[in-house]
Structure formats: C-alpha cells, structure tokens
Design a protein. Structure first.
Length: 365
C-alpha cells in the first residue's frame, strides 16, 4: 500500500508494539512505525494523544510498558533492555530551546562535544555555524539573538555530536506566528542538509504537512495513519484524520452501479479514491474540502442550498452552504462578490483529484 510506504533508505528507528501505561490510563498503545535514514517524520495529533510520551520513550526518558525500540538496528528498549538516554545516539531540541544564557553561541553549540579534540571541535563548529547561517554571531550571547536565531543555535547544538536521530518537541511553539511560518522551511533545509533522521512533534497540521517527508497522525494513543503529506491529506483513512488535517465536509451519496447520487451533481464511482462496489445501493460519505467545491449564485430552480455562514480569510472567503438534506458544506470562494446570508447558491464539485469516501455509519457492511 503506497500510503504506508517508508523510504527506500535504511531503517534507523523501529518502534514495535510500543505501549505506555500510567496506572489505568494508556498514553500510547501498540504503536509500530519504521523511520528511514535522513527522513523527517512528524507525529501529529491533538493534545493528550501520546505524542510527547512516544518521543520521550525514543529518547530513553520514559520506559515502555511493553513493545520495543530499535535504533540503528540495536534494541535500546524492550522487556529486558533500557539503554539510558546518554547512551542512545539521540539529540533533543526542546520547545523553549534551553540555551545556556552565560555561554556564547559558539560555546552553546560545542557544549555537547567539548570532549572532542580542539581542532575537530572547531571544524565542527565552523561547519554548523555555516549550516545554520550564524557565522557572524559566534561570540554573541543568546539574549542578543532573535527567536529564529536562538532556534538555529539550539538546532546546531543538538546536531553537533552527529546524532543518529534528532527529536524535536514542538520546535516552533516559542516563536511568534509569522516567524513560525518562515522558520518551517529553514528548519527543514537545515535538517535535510545535515542528513539527520528527525522526528518532530506538533499539534499544528499545517506545520506537519509543510515540513515533513511523512506525517504520523495519532489519536488517543493510537497511530491512525502514516504517509506522505499529500497522500494523508487527500486520502485520509478515517473521518478523524480527514477532519484533523484540514477543514472537512462530508457529502452524502448513494451508490448506484457506476454512479453515486448526491444532493449536488451525480458522480462517477471512478471519481472516488477506492473501489466502492461492495456498497452498491448503500449510502456513503464523500470528503469534500472547501477548495473541492465552488458556489455560484443560483438561477431559477438551480439552488442546491443556502448560505448559512461566511468566513473572510483575506485572500478568500469560505462559505457554509446548507443543503436541503440538512448537511452543511464549506466552499472556498476566491471572487470579490459577496454572498448574503440566506442567499440560494448552486454548488459544484471542482476537485481535480479522486475523492476520499467512508461508509455511512448505519450502512457499514
Ligand atoms: P500535548 O500535545 O498536550 O503535549 P501529547 O500528545 O504530547 O499532548 P502526552 O503528553 O504524551 O500527550 O500524554 C498522553 C496521555 O498520557 C495524557 O492523557 C496524559 O495525561 C498521560 N500522561 C503523560 N505523562 C504522564 C505521567 N507522567 N503520569 C500520568 N499520566 C501521564
């Protein structure tokens, strides 16, 4: 299944049946995943779904209740092994960066390699300063740096000892919104240039989709789905993933042979992202995101529904359109004309990709 593919690269990290309980609560349950050399994978999920616990187990700060962790082919945690954090080749970048205020940028970066021979240390420092674009700032103290620069120092410091794996815990949460967006591509560039295997944690779906090679979506301690950003966004395997990754509306349809009847136009089953034969005669829910739909003012008798809310986003509007069957669809609208509340509109499906669908609860077969 291409949605679950890993990279062709050699496996660096292997989680197998990883479970962590706290008393009667299960924070992480039966989590299995392989991460390839040089890959940037993000754990994404709502608060409390077990992302941090997973990261802490990889780092060795927490022991799994059951299951195992292998790093570079070596078991570091299972029923009988618990390699301490300092003996795992794992670097950590914390959300608050945790720079030493009394050390310069250069001293911060070499902190973890001060047992290296002086010349090698200085070479590595020069390499890292160039990588994070801070050559001019080597002698400054952290409080003289911007948030983005501090983040780059934190990255360079964690990369200095050349870890097998770099773990990043909500690495952007300490930056203001604008900078956070700018830093995404910068952090991705640095990690890619360093060639390090990285696991990052976030609850921000846009960040996960924009920086990652693959995204692993978690819910309630479980791995829901893992795959490339475009694949998980367009082919979410569950309603939870569909709704968590972006605005999602569900259009009800009834399968009739090769076609699907909906409140809007009739679709061909070939427009769906998977075979639907088993649901012939039954109802299904089709995922439609705002940019899959277009609303235009209705002409006589052509109305599919009426406008029930609108959200202005600067570059566009998103309108909520209530269909006659009571479902509300969100439609993206890029034009200057503004629809009024209650205005009858015609909605068409303009998606240029196959549509994901789910069996409707009561017709689940
Ligand atoms: P957030 O995004 O809020 O950090 P998260 O996805 O990282 O959330 P975790 O911090 O891994 O979630 O927590 C998962 C679950 O395990 C939560 O219900 C949490 O209350 C529980 N939990 C985590 N650490 C402990 C602990 N030390 N003792 C008891 N329960 C814990």
């Amino acid at each position: 299944d291409e949605r679950e593919e890993t990279t062709d690269a050699e496996t660096v990290l292997e989680l197998d049946g990883l479970t962590r309980r706290y008393g009667i609560e299960t924070a992480v349950e039966d989590f299995s995943l392989s991460v390839g050399q040089g890959e940037l994978l993000t754990l994404l999920g709502p608060s409390g779904c077990g992302k941090t616990t997973t990261l802490r187990m990889i780092a060795g700060l927490e022991q799994p209740s059951s299951g195992s962790i292998r790093i570079g082919g070596e078991t570091v945690a299972d029923g009988s092994t618990a390699t301490p954090p300092e003996e795992r080749d794992v670097g950590l970048v914390f959300q608050e960066f945790a720079l030493f205020p009394h050390l310069t940028v250069g001293e911060n970066i070499t902190f973890g390699i001060d047992d290296w021979e002086q010349e090698r240390q200085q070479e590595r420092l020069a390499e890292l300063l160039a990588l994070v674009d801070l050559e001019e700032h080597e002698d400054k103290y952290p409080d003289a740096l911007s948030g983005g620069q501090q983040q780059r120092v934190a990255l360079a410091r964690s990369l200095a000892p050349e870890p097998d794996i770099l773990l990043l815990d909500e690495p952007f949460s300490n930056l203001d919104v604008r900078l956070r967006i700018d830093m995404r591509q910068e952090v991705r560039r640095i990690l890619k240039e360093a060639g390090v295997t990285a696991i990052s944690v976030t609850h921000d779906q846009e960040e996960a989709l924009s920086i990652s090679d693959r995204v692993a979506i978690m819910s309630d301690g479980h791995l829901e789905q893992v795959g490339k950003p475009e694949l998980v966004f367009e082919n979410p395997e569950s309603r939870f993933v569909a709704s968590f990754l972006g605005r999602a509306s569900f259009l009800t349809g009834r399968v009739r042979g090769e076609t699907v009847e909906t409140e809007l136009e009739q679709l061909e089953t070939a427009q769906l992202n998977g075979p639907v034969d088993a649901y012939d005669g039954a109802q299904i829910d089709i995922l439609v995101r705002p940019d899959d739909l277009e609303a235009v003012p209705a002409t006589d008798g052509s109305a599919d529904g009426e406008v029930v809310h609108r959200q202005y986003n600067g570059p566009n509007f998103v309108y909520g359109v209530e269909l006659t069957d009571g479902t509300t669809l969100r439609c993206l609208h890029n034009h200057v004309e503004v629809f009024e509340h209650g205005q009858p509109v015609e909605v068409s499906i303009t998606a240029d990709h196959d549509l994901a669908w789910y069996p409707t609860e009561e017709t689940d077969i």
